[in-house]
Design a protein around this ligand. Structure first.
Ligand code: Z5A
Length: 214
């Protein structure tokens, strides 16, 4: 699973699945295995991506899916070269809240863009590195929506429940096609049980880091 040095781990799932909630716990658990963890997120991550994130999520803007994709891949290119690859080269674990699987799920599954078209754009943008391990926090969209109902919605959260059902189905398809990388987590369970699933999965999937220098 490790490339020359670091490990690239991502967290995926529909909004309200609990990704932000489990990030500190997951970080701690990975550190316990002896790694230095750098956390990041998408949209965002690099300086350009963070600037574009505000545009991407702005509920006052009406973007079409081509505009969404161009924003996402400009940010992803910048994220990859300025944060992800340097962190991996330094031997760290780069732990990222969302990455390209979210594009497959939301712009592909949710908005219906053919996956071949997304793959073409990804190739053109030079997205050369995929995660080594992806935790998919899976939850029913209705339950997820109830968890976040008191929050002011961002642009994507204004979408219908059917949109999130299609996104979930796209995550499921992706996970089934790559079981070696994807780890399914039942995110509908109480937090302690979600954490226990993550801890157990980490122990089986990530080796203890022994050299102590990364
Ligand atoms: N997007 C895209 O379209 N294409 C792309 O390529 C990429 C992204 C990369 C921004 O993502 C949006 O961009 C996202 C996809 C799109 N849009 N949507 N919709 P984001 O990651 O910044 O936003 P998010 O996914 O919407 O984050 P979120 O709503 O914060 O979800 P979360 O991090 O998974 O959930 P949470 O904040 O940790 O938890 C939500 C609530 O549930 C909170 O009150 C918790 O206390 C509670 N919670 C958490 N876990 C539990 C459990 N186990 N039991 C009970 N309650 C819980």
């Amino acid at each position: 699973m490790t490339d020359k040095t670091g490990i690239f781990i991502t967290l995926e799932g529909i909004e309200g699945a609990g990704k932000s909630t489990v990030l500190p716990f997951l970080t701690e658990q990975i550190e316990t295995l002896g790694y230095t963890v750098e956390r990041s997120r998408e949209p965002g991550g690099g300086p350009l991506g963070e600037a574009l994130r505000a545009i991407f999520l702005n509920p006052d803007l009406q973007l079409d899916v081509e505009e969404e994709l161009l924003l996402l891949y400009a940010g992803r290119h910048n994220h990859l070269r300025s944060r992800i690859l340097p962190a991996l080269a330094a031997g760290k674990v780069l732990l990222c809240d969302r990455y390209e699987d979210s594009t497959i799920a939301y712009q592909g599954g949710g908005r219906g863009v053919p996956l071949a078209r997304i793959a073409e754009l990804s190739h053109w943008a030079g997205i050369s590195r995929q995660p080594d391990l992806t935790f998919w926090l899976d939850i029913d969209p209705q339950l997820a929506a109830e968890r976040i109902r008191d929050r002011r919605p961002d642009r994507m959260e204004l979408e219908s429940i059917d949109f999130f059902r299609r996104a979930r189905a796209a995550f499921a398809e992706r996970a089934a096609s790559d079981p070696k990388r994807f780890c399914h987590i039942d995110a509908s369970q109480p937090l302690l049980q979600v954490q226990e699933q993550l801890r157990a999965a980490l122990l089986t999937r990530v080796p203890t880091h022994r050299s102590g220098n990364g």
